[in-house]
Ligand binder design. Structure first.
Ligand SMILES: Cc1cc2nc3c(=O)[nH]c(=O)nc-3n(C[C@H](O)[C@H](O)[C@H](O)COP(=O)(O)OP(=O)(O)OC[C@H]3O[C@@H](n4cnc5c(N)ncnc54)[C@H](O)[C@@H]3O)c2cc1C
Length: 538
């Protein structure tokens, strides 16, 4: 048993765990972070998977990371830098045409007008509508959601500020409700007529979701992706210099400077419970560490059902955790390339605008629906939706000179296959994805030097993400805000005194935001202050 004592232990060094650790340390607490992998970062990490390449193994673009955290922790001084991408997206079509969209409104207007002049005119109004809703929703991201089962005075002020924000929306309130709860497809169908535009926009609605754009809940995922301003302006996604690990390496350096003790290769096997409260953790090696505060960056299923004995938690709570949906259908393929893909729609192997943003292989909404149909019946899509990014086209530090790195995010590939196993299907599915891209960029397959294929069970194994769900739990209306991770426990507290959730499993959920970690730290410090006041006055 280790004799070390800490004020707080954080289980997991994902970006949220590190954010929590930093804010607790800034408040004067002695903090220990225990990470099961050899490296900090969780799903926001850079690894040298291929010699000489800096691979963002999981997350690959950044917009949501909260600017307050960057400022408070002076992350720029630790090397954190976002490289905005412009244009933001390029969608090639089978007929040789293409659609490019970005920050330049004139370029976007002209590009959309190739398919519909009506849509080109409407697009700025659509963006303005999303901005109005975002202005209301963004403040809720840093809010402690109200406790619907045991409302407190603080919840009342949260409810009132929500009501005020909604009132501010005026006539757009109905549309906001549809965005927060509804399906993306009817919204896109109402706004636009061009399938090319809708197919491009709809991809944002399905990222990480086991759902097609016509299913309720996907409008929020679409909206989630227009929030954030880490890329320099709202909804502008950027690359992090040196890969996404640039976020977590900067956080870890800031944490160390604040006195945080970070240990890698330190898997927590058990949360220690005495007299109904969490008092520390035991590692798989048997070492024990004690602290009155334990914050878990692992997902809810791992935290409550794997690290705790069931009889330490109320039965109803355990049943709620068992009901959380981890449905997932995302595969990540990292590819080392000898040259850039040359698209039939815009040929060239010199870095051009078609290489800088996200390359969507998603010609229309029906294509996405068909891809989902396969997954619904337990099959990886015959024609998958691809979202490819080439960070080396913007950031030469991630690949050796003359080489390139591609991140291929693929949907849909269900965790549970009806026939066979992922060990049998993994490489064949990756081949199919490569065939699909090769139809649009015929030099692609020949340019491949190496690849890493992460199917849902691989994401689970590598990152301890239940079901391979990239967001530590589906981002559906029933699992957001006051319902995340389960109703009555959205305030980062848990039924066990001293135990908190501080990762994407908690409000506001997945994505490299840092807000769950920030909010959890605030809540932990608030509870600590209250306990001290109570002790002093008793
Ligand atoms: C393939 C993929 C692509 C994605 N793409 C993007 C993207 O481009 N942009 C974006 O914004 N978001 C993206 N996301 C989502 C985003 O990466 C995650 O939502 C976010 O990184 C979650 O951060 P976190 O700190 O809450 O948790 P995690 O990153 O899941 O970190 C949790 C940490 O806890 C550790 N841990 C778990 N159990 C234990 C234990 N028992 N003992 C010790 N340590 C433990 C894990 O090893 C891990 O390091 C992607 C995710 C994936 C998987």
């Amino acid at each position: 048993m280790s004799s070390s004592r800490y004020d707080a232990i954080v289980i997991g060094a994902g970006h949220n765990g590190l954010v929590t650790a930093c804010y607790l340390a800034r408040a004067g607490l002695r903090v220990l972070v225990l990470e099961r992998r050899y490296i900090v970062g969780g799903a926001c990490v850079t690894e040298e998977t291929f010699s000489g390449f800096k691979v963002s193994t999981a997350a690959y673009v950044n917009s949501l990371f909260h600017t307050q955290i960057v400022r408070d922790l002076k992350l720029a001084s630790y090397g954190y830098e976002v490289l905005p991408r412009d244009p933001a997206s390029f969608t090639p079509f089978p007929d040789g045409r293409s659609l490019m969209m970005g920050r330049d409104p004139e370029l976007t207007r002209k590009e959309i007008a190739k398919f519909s002049t009506r849509d080109a005119e409407r697009y700025p109004r659509y963006e303005a509508m999303l901005e109005r809703v975002a202005a209301v929703i963004e403040p809720t991201l840093t809010m402690r959601p109200p406790d619907l089962l045991r409302p407190r005075l603080g919840d009342l002020s949260a409810a009132l500020s929500l009501r005020r924000s909604f009132q501010g929306l005026g006539d757009a309130a109905g549309e906001a409700v549809e965005i927060l709860t509804g399906a993306a497809r009817p919204i896109l169908d109402r706004w636009f007529e061009s399938e090319e535009l809708k197919g491009t926009l709809a991809t944002d609605a399905i990222i990480g979701a086991m759902a097609s754009p016509s299913m309720p809940g996907t409008a929020y995922v679409l909206f989630h992706h227009v929030m954030g301003e880490a890329g320099g302006a709202r909804g502008v996604w950027g690359y992090v210099r040196g890969g996404m690990g640039g976020v977590t390496q900067a956080l870890a350096a800031a944490a160390r400077d604040l006195g945080v003790d970070i240990r890698c290769d330190a898997e927590v096997a058990r949360i220690l419970v005495e007299d109904g409260r969490a008092v520390g953790v035991a590692l798989a090696t048997g070492d024990e560490y004690r602290a009155p505060i334990v914050a878990s960056n692992a997902d809810a299923r791992v935290t409550f059902l794997r690290l705790l004995e069931r009889d330490t938690l109320p039965d109803a709570f355990v049943a709620d955790v068992e009901r959380i949906s981890y449905a997932s259908a995302s595969v990540k393929i990292n590819v080392a390339l000898a040259e850039l893909p040359s698209f039939r729609a815009l040929p060239g192997t010199e870095a051009g605008p078609q290489h800088r943003g996200t390359i969507h292989i998603s010609p229309d909404q029906d294509y996405i629906e068909r891809a989902f149909d396969d997954a619904k019946y337990g099959r990886p899509s015959a024609e998958p939706v691809l979202e490819c990014t080439i960070p080396s086209a913007v950031d030469p530090t991630v690949a050796p000179p003359g080489r390139h790195l591609m991140s291929m995010f693929v949907q849909y590939a269900p965790y549970d296959l009806r026939d066979g196993s992922w060990d049998e299907q993994r490489e064949a599915f990756a081949d199919r994805c490569f065939d699909v891209l090769n139809d649009y960029a015929p030099n692609f397959k020949d340019a491949v030097l190496d690849r890493q294929v992460l199917a849902p069970p691989d994401l689970e194994r590598v990152f301890n993400l239940t079901g391979g769900n990239i967001f530590q739990g589906a981002m559906t209306p029933g699992q957001l805000f006051a319902f995340r991770p389960v109703t009555g426990y959205a305030s980062y507290r848990t039924p066990l005194c001293g135990l908190y959730l501080c990762g994407a499993a908690a409000h506001p959920g997945g994505g490299v935001m840092g807000t769950p970690g920030l909010n959890a730290a605030r809540e932990i410090l608030r509870r600590r202050r209250l306990r001290r006041v109570a002790r002093r006055s008793s």
